[in-house]
Design a protein around this ligand. Sequence first.
Ligand SMILES: Cc1cc2nc3c(=O)[nH]c(=O)nc-3n(C[C@H](O)[C@H](O)[C@H](O)COP(=O)(O)OP(=O)(O)OC[C@H]3O[C@@H](n4cnc5c(N)ncnc54)[C@H](O)[C@@H]3O)c2cc1C
Length: 482
Amino acid sequence: MVQQTEIHDSITKELKEIVGEEWVSDFPEELHAYSYDMTEHPPSMPDYVVMPQTPEEIQKIIKLANEHKIPVVPFVTGNNVGGLTIPLKGGIVVDLKRMDRIIRLDEDDMYLIIEPGVTFGHVKRFLENTGFRYCYPNAPPFASVMANALLGGLNNLSLKHGNMSHVINGIEAVLPTGELIRIGSCALWDEHWWSLGSLPDLLGLFINWQGMSGIVTKMAIQVWPKKPINHILVVLSYDLASTYDFVRKVTHYEILDDLLLMSMETIKMVNGVPYGKAVHLEGEPRWALVLDVSANIELEYKAKYKMIHDSFKELKKADPNALFTTAEVAEKLYGRRMGDFQRLPFAIGGMLEYGGNTWVGTYMTTKPEAVVKGVEKAFEIIRKYDFESCLYTRSMSGHHYFAFRFLLRFSKEKGESERMQKCNKELLDTLLEQGAFPYKTPAWASETIIKRVNENWYELFKKVKKTIDPNGIMNPGRWGLK
Ligand SMILES: Cc1cc2nc3c(=O)[nH]c(=O)nc-3n(C[C@H](O)[C@H](O)[C@H](O)COP(=O)(O)OP(=O)(O)OC[C@H]3O[C@@H](n4cnc5c(N)ncnc54)[C@H](O)[C@@H]3O)c2cc1C
């Protein structure tokens, strides 16, 4: 025991020598903040938290962790909604918030080079006085842009560009054994981060790896020219199958920036209706579509508007009470947040008031029968467990696939975590049957996936992991690894 304390103290001392005294903590009160997140996942305490500022400091931390075979968990804000930064095996949480520089904007090749601590709020403010735009999730403005891209997140240009890992041009990263690597055109030239280039692509070693393959220290992400005309159109409807036909039609036109399909419960939750009260009332519309349309000139916008409106007329034949309106009118009907879809990023009020928020977030096939049946079956489960039916979906990558998820509030205060765990497990099993695949996969869900996945895929995954992280220090306990 004495010996263990001595080792602990000597590691604390070495960490302080690496990053400076004030950027290391092993106080339980401070470690506690890193032991849990908003989800139903059980907490687990780290042994140290450290806040480096340079890749060189990260290299030294990783070398130290290898010497002592201590787990390392990369962390920015822990807003991943999957328990992914909970240190399942303890160890060192490497909080990257101090690395928050936007290194530069390349206006010709249209990309930004960012550090891990750069948030959506930073990027939004940085781009304000430029001719470029990035895209934003419905996550809080203080979440990490880099972590969102590494996790293949979905933002408000995902209908155009797919998940956010597809807009990465290149990275610099510290490997689990401490070497600094470059991937993309930046591996050839220090100054050129314009694409992944033509080397055999190793970026995949970092996408969806949840911090298990190293710590990314720089990333180039694409930005795009701002459009002078931006509008949000809203459709409120009653019949899911016809609404989804409309979705297919307007996404296939390739004229939208983004399309969200939500249940009315989600609209209520987003607009601040308290937990437990976001329910659908008799006679109200059942579904809400938010369509982002941008254009370079008025004529282009008018043409797009006409195409969407004509499709809506088709929808109205099948769903006579459906409504077509603007964000401004929807704001008056349902609250200010309807307009905020155009003013992303924003912190969704009312989601965390009882300290519990979770989802089974998936990407799935766009097949209408799978989507419609998926909603029906999922709603049955959610209602059985007495939670709110907050459906939140997005059409991805020109409607090649669909983001299918439920934003579920629950109360940790009232001890609802166990009920939520059961609900999520049942949801996952049911959605898998409909062709849905969880993203930002929590440890419990990855166990279900491993049972179904191609076994040679899993063998190769384990071999790669063993090769790059021989001591298994990076975020252990995930994807079935000790
Ligand atoms: C209310 C709400 C709504 C949300 N809506 C959306 C949405 O619409 N779309 C969407 O995509 N997401 C959404 N999210 C999730 C969230 O935006 C992203 O997962 C987030 O951007 C990740 O940033 P973070 O700071 O929370 O990362 P963290 O949770 O700190 O880290 C996430 C993962 O990445 C790893 N990691 C972090 N940094 C590095 C690094 N530099 N190198 C290697 N690994 C690293 C961590 O170990 C962890 O596994 C939402 C979250 C909330 C709370």
